[in-house]
Design a protein around this ligand. Structure first.
Ligand code: AMP
Ligand code: MG
Length: 465
């Protein structure tokens, strides 16, 4: 077994791997080999990201299919499935990477560390009944949405490639198999901590927390209580992340605790989508019949998940349980105000307001209420405001909107900027395009049927929103 190996071999597509995750206690992972595949072929490759990671983009694109499908391993790679647990729709389950393998942590020339994970690479001990494989369509979907999120400046795992395996997989019908190469600051999740707390000893929770701190937040190592500082930092990161989701109308769809990262990156693009018409009760997951993960619930769910994170940390926060709870509560109760500060800052920018004013929250909420009442499209409304256009729709023709607009213009006039400059700021923060679900679906279906042109066009547009 390789531990802490690092290779700088020239013919390794630029991969320089470390495997620090394997220094954690054995309970956190299982070593297992990826599937061999029949005919690996890269169907989409992210050259910009490959360059950004200091990989040999040309070589990887031309000759990397066997490696990106898991058929062969680059030197220095490991093959490990990570264990975790999690609350899925509020039920606690033992989970783990059922169909993904971490092949290593690639170190860039600047010393940045990124997990390289293959998703769809075969069964693992955490697969339960699943086959460990992935179909081409959903992997293309994760590719395009994660890259669109990145282009919107929202922290996210990223997609380096989708590689067809040449194998057929069976869902309701036979589908083409594929593997996604996912890049993440790490795959540490709230669920990894729940797993440690549930199935491990105090020393396991501590090892994991120390690892997370070293890897993501080394500056808090010296805090009086580093574990309280970890809770506070993750809370801050998640509050900032969810505020960004809300500001672009992104609905994650499955905010289970195993889908909430410690790094603050968005992870797991399953039933996610962007909202069209503004409606806080919008749900995208067909299995979310209760609306638990509806757009308007996302901040509250984040707080709920952070509470599960805090519970996992309690034994290492303080040896006296009551004191640990008191300390954790002191952090958790900050969530609403931390979140709101981020949210209103994002929303102010969308309206071209560069510094906070007393009436801003009212102004923002009034507009949202009018949008909801008039069935207005979320993205298009902000874009129209930024373009100085008032399309002929229910919202813009309403008397209430005209009143709102007068109040907004008055507010803008208080700023030390011309109206033109204000609109310019708004254009820079309000995307003209988002991944509209029906278009994403159409482009994926056409790709799977053999015509990748619409997908390529969409990707081009969405990566310059
Ligand atoms: P997910 O919803 O994809 O994050 O996965 C939840 C759990 O089910 C995890 O333990 C996954 O690894 C596992 N899982 C999901 N899909 C599959 C599959 N096709 N084969 C094996 N395991 C899977
Ligand atoms: Mg998941």
């Amino acid at each position: 077994m390789r531990r802490k190996t690092m290779t700088e071999k020239e013919d390794n597509f630029g991969f320089r791997f470390d495997n620090s995750y394997m220094n954690l206690p054995q309970m956190f992972y299982t070593e297992i080999a990826a599937n061999k595949v029949t005919a690996p072929a890269i169907v989409i490759f992210n050259r910009t990201l490959a360059d950004r990671l200091d990989l040999d983009a040309n070589e990887l694109k031309e000759q990397g299919a066997a490696i990106l499908s898991g058929h062969e391993m680059p030197s220095g790679a490991a093959q490990i499935a990570q264990a975790y647990a999690g609350h899925q729709f509020s039920h606690f389950n033992m989970l783990g990477d059922g169909r993904a393998l971490l092949i290593g942590e690639h170190i860039t020339k600047d010393g940045e560390r990124y997990d390289i994970q293959l998703k769809g690479s075969g069964r693992t001990p955490y697969s339960r009944g699943g086959d460990g494989r992935a179909a081409l369509g959903p992997m293309l979907r994760e590719f395009i949405i994660s890259e669109a999120m990145h282009a919107l400046s929202i922290p996210t795992t990223r997609s380096l490639a989708v590689t067809a395996t040449g194998d057929v997989i069976y869902r309701e019908k036979a589908l083409d198999g594929a593997v996604l190469t996912r890049i993440a600051a790490s795959h540490l999740r709230v669920g990894t901590f729940q797993y440690a707390a549930q199935f491990g000893e105090l020393s396991d929770v501590k090892a994991l927390a120390d690892y997370a701190i070293d890897r993501h937040y080394p500056e808090i190592r010296k805090a009086d209580n580093p574990y309280i500082a970890l809770l506070e930092t993750v809370l801050e990161k998640q509050a900032a992340l969810i505020a960004k989701w809300q500001s672009v109308g992104f609905i994650h769809g499955v905010m289970n605790t195993d889908n909430m990262t410690i790094s603050g990156e968005t992870i797991d693009y399953g039933p996610c989508a962007f909202m069209d018409t503004y409606d806080t009760s919008t749900v995208f997951s067909s299995i979310d019949t209760q609306g638990r993960y509806a757009y308007g619930n996302q901040p509250a769910i984040a707080a709920w998940n952070l509470t599960r994170f805090a519970e996992s940390l309690l034994p290492i926060i303080h040896e006296d349980e009551e004191e640990a709870v008191r300390l954790a509560q002191g952090i958790l109760e900050k969530f609403p105000s931390v979140y709101e500060a981020h949210y209103y800052s994002e929303m102010r920018e969308k309206l071209g307001l560069l510094y906070p004013g007393d009436q801003d929250e009212q102004l923002i909420n009034d507009l949202l209420q009018l949008m909801e009442y008039n069935d207005a499209d979320y993205t298009n409304t902000f874009r129209s405001l930024a373009e100085g256009e008032r399309p002929n729709n229910k919202l813009f023709q309403s008397e209430q909107f005209k009143q709102w607009e007068t109040a907004w213009f008055e507010r803008i006039e208080q700023q030390d900027m011309t109206k033109e400059e204000t609109l310019q700021v708004m254009k820079s923060v309000n995307p003209a395009v988002i991944p509209r679900n029906h278009l994403v679906e159409q482009s994926i279906n056409e790709f799977v049927e053999g015509d990748p042109s619409m997908f390529a066009e969409m990707l081009q547009v969405l990566t310059n929103p």
